[in-house]
Design a protein around this ligand. Structure first.
Ligand code: FES
Length: 363
């Protein structure tokens, strides 16, 4: 094993070959398994994903790493090759753990802050999963991604081989977690295999764990777009309280709000804006508060799940329409205990959410 690893590390650009190999491998399996034949993916989806992958690999990453090397040599030349005295194993684990922690927080921030959400939203517009979905993000999202700058720093400090190996493993996990090849399904189906997946999913990101993050809303019990932000390891989600382990897959993918955006607006926002006035990539788009002080009486059906809007910006009050994306607020899911009319809070100050507790009378 050690010899094999050393031979691999000695091959020039082995990471590029392996990442391409992993992509082609997943692509072939998805094709032969019939996923692409039944695909709902439109031309704009493919254009965005392939274009984004090529620009990321051939322009953004090399440009950022080169910039870091130039800056490092100009201002901190004494730190060049700082890591060469350390063992490969320590550099590798140091690089990969910090890389994944940075990406966890960057990804989570992209769900919690409006501007970053606009750079990340196209990733969640995909209405089906697939091996290329991981490359759907705006150009600026990648330029600002701390991981790529971190790669530059480690390369500058002499850890290029550790970075190359880390990138291959990371891409294998990320491509697998976005793919439609649900390799973890048998582990949940057969009881004797379940203990293995319980260990695996607590270390790396599995397809069901990440698919839950891409599910449309929490309504279907297998989705939670406001959880599972990890990329390679599920460690950070567990540590920061955002892990939601699943043993099933979402029924629907994509965003609650459907907009008609051109792929160029998705990729080049904020430099190119959307023509759809309902899209938050449109130049005049504003998200307004729609909640007011009056409670709303709605009819519910016993046993049905509902999502109550907690952010106050939904166009379908008192229910959530996905407008909370790009903030730290998430809707409250509840199941109706009886069929009939109930008063749901619409001032969003209730202490008994989703139900009205008359707090609005004192506002
Ligand atoms: Fe989802 Fe308000 S729109 S919580």
């Amino acid at each position: 094993m050690k010899t094999l690893l050393l031979q691999l590390l000695a091959i020039e650009n082995f990471d590029v070959y392996l990442v391409l190999g992993i992509l082609i491998g997943f692509g072939l399996i998805e094709s032969f398994a019939g996923y692409l034949r039944n695909s709902k993916r439109k031309k704009g989806d493919w254009l965005q994903e392939v274009f984004s992958f090529l620009i990321l690999s051939a322009v953004i990453k090399p440009a950022i790493v080169t910039a870091v090397l130039l800056l490092g040599n100009a201002f901190y030349s004494a730190s060049a090759n700082l890591l060469t005295d350390l063992t490969f194993v320590s550099v590798f684990f140091g690089y990969i753990l910090i890389d994944d922690l940075l990406q966890y927080w960057y990804h989570r921030s992209a769900h919690e802050y409006p501007f970053l959400w606009k750079l990340h939203r196209s990733h969640h517009q995909a209405e089906e999963m697939g091996y290329f979905v991981s490359y759907r993000n705006a150009l600026l999202y990648y330029i600002m991604m701390p991981n790529i700058w971190w790669v530059g720093l480690i390369v500058f400090a002499g850890g290029a081989k550790a970075v190359a190996l880390g990138l291959v493993i990371k891409q294998a996990i990320i491509i697998s977690s976005h793919s439609r090849i649900k390799w973890d399904t048998p582990f949940y189906k057969y009881a004797f295999l379940t203990p293995f997946i319980k260990v695996i999913e607590r270390v790396i990101i599995t397809p069901s764990f990440h698919h839950a993050h891409h599910g449309t809303s929490m309504l279907d019990n297998s989705s939670d777009p406001n959880a599972n932000f990890g990329n390679m390891f599920s460690l950070w989600d567990q540590f920061f309280g955002t892990a939601k382990f699943q043993n099933a897959y979402p029924q629907e993918y994509g965003l609650q709000k459907k907009t008609k955006d051109d792929w160029k607006a998705a990729y080049f926002f904020p430099f190119i804006k959307s023509k759809d006035k309902e899209s938050d990539w449109h130049k005049d788009f504003q998200l307004h508060k729609t909640a007011n002080k009056e409670a709303l009486t709605v009819s519910l059906i016993k046993g049905e799940n509902y999502l109550w809007c907690a952010c106050g910006k939904s166009s379908q009050q008192p229910f959530c329409d996905g407008s909370h994306h790009g903030s730290k607020v998430k809707p409250i899911k509840f199941t109706a205990k009886r069929t009939g009319q109930v008063r749901l809070c619409n001032c969003k100050a209730t202490k008994k959410g989703p139900f009205c507790d008359d707090t609005h009378l004192y506002l």
